[in-house]
Design a protein. Structure first.
Length: 341
């Protein structure tokens, strides 16, 4: 049999508000009142349900996650799936449940999904349309963005140091001796791809070998298929230009490009070194394994939950967000020009 707060209050001889304060742990209750209420709760074996606890504490202990989705499934996405895994684990450690939806679902029939679930805060992942961000603002709960793109100065962001990582890639290839380098650049409206290309080109320019603009291939998507397609259209031309290395602004583009090269008898890295960015799991499984710049995917997810929890608790958080370091992962797809196996 279920019992109500009013029944507990009547049996303990206190007000409903006193029972609510004792159950939620918020506010003062005299030791005598607390003892009577706890005795009644024990006798009735009362367990407040989640809705009742939320009504009392004004907290649901739920976090909502909105992920940009255009062409990829979410849970198996090589980058965002890892971030989401880390969000779920970090949230569980702090006692939160996690509800996940996508920006497409937000704009269609499930626009009220998170409102119906009642969440204490929101994590926005990747490049979201402005109407989704505007919706979140009207939602009236704390929120932040992970690895995203927005011109909204109010959005707290957790990102990697993509421009710095692009510079690391350029410095590494230059150090190997490459001077004629091709680039596959992912969608430039996305912050990460834009900054990675910027950092790469600026670092090469400081070394005196800015990439030939005709050797920079721009893609509208950041997929394996797009990398392969671009190489099928431009690979022979790039080789005729004397390019000895190829840098792509994410691993999937790099792996797609390398797939085409290997299928067409181009030795990687002896004839063309290939380098990516992100350090997804597939980059180590490929043959040859892909040299890349690592992104702290798990760190972004953990940091997002940590900061959102501070916002929910109305504690201080860094006004300008957090930037996580990148790092060089050297594998088998790169070597000095003409010397790889």
């Amino acid at each position: 049999m279920s019992h109500t707060i009013k029944q507990i209050a009547d049996l303990a001889g206190v007000s409903k508000s006193t029972v609510s304060r004792i159950i939620s742990g918020n506010g003062y209750a005299s030791p005598e009142a607390r003892e009577r209420v706890e005795r009644v709760i024990a006798e009735l074996q009362y367990k407040p349900n989640a809705v009742a606890r939320a009504m009392v504490s004004q907290r649901t202990n739920n976090i909502g996650v909105i992920i940009y989705r255009q062409h990829h499934p979410i849970a198996s996405h090589p980058l965002y799936g890892k971030i989401l895994d880390a969000v779920i684990l970090a949230a569980e450690a702090l006692g939160y449940s996690v509800f996940v939806t996508t920006d497409q679902e937000m704009s269609l029939r499930r626009a009220d999904f998170l409102l119906e679930k009642r969440v204490d805060g929101l994590i926005l992942i990747s490049r979201l349309r402005q109407n989704v961000i505007d919706y979140v603002k009207r939602f009236g709960v704390p929120y932040l963005m992970v690895n995203g793109t927005t011109d909204d100065a109010d959005v707290l962001q957790i990102v990697s140091r993509d421009e710095e990582g692009g510079g690391q890639a350029a410095a590494y290839l230059h150090r190997l001796g490459h001077r004629n380098i091709a680039v596959i650049a992912g969608p430039q409206e996305h912050r990460s791809h834009n900054l990675r290309l910027k950092g790469f080109c600026e670092r090469l320019a400081r070394s005196g070998c800015r990439p030939d603009e005709s050797a920079v291939l721009y893609s509208s998507q950041s997929t394996f298929e797009e990398g392969r397609r671009l190489m099928s259209e431009h690979g022979e031309r790039l080789r005729a230009m004397g390019c000895t290395a190829l840098f792509a602004t994410n691993d999937m583009l790099a792996l797609g490009a390398m797939k085409w090269l290997l299928e067409h008898g181009v030795s990687v890295p002896r004839e063309l070194s290939v380098m990516g960015f992100d350090d997804i799991d597939l980059s180590a499984m490929y043959a040859p394994s892909l040299t890349t710049i690592s992104v702290d995917k798990a760190g972004m997810g953990r940091e997002a939950v940590r900061l959102l929890d501070r916002l929910i608790r109305q504690e201080a958080a860094p006004a300008e967000g957090v930037e996580l370091a990148t790092g060089l992962i050297e594998r088998g797809s790169t070597a000095p020009p003409g010397t790889g196996s």
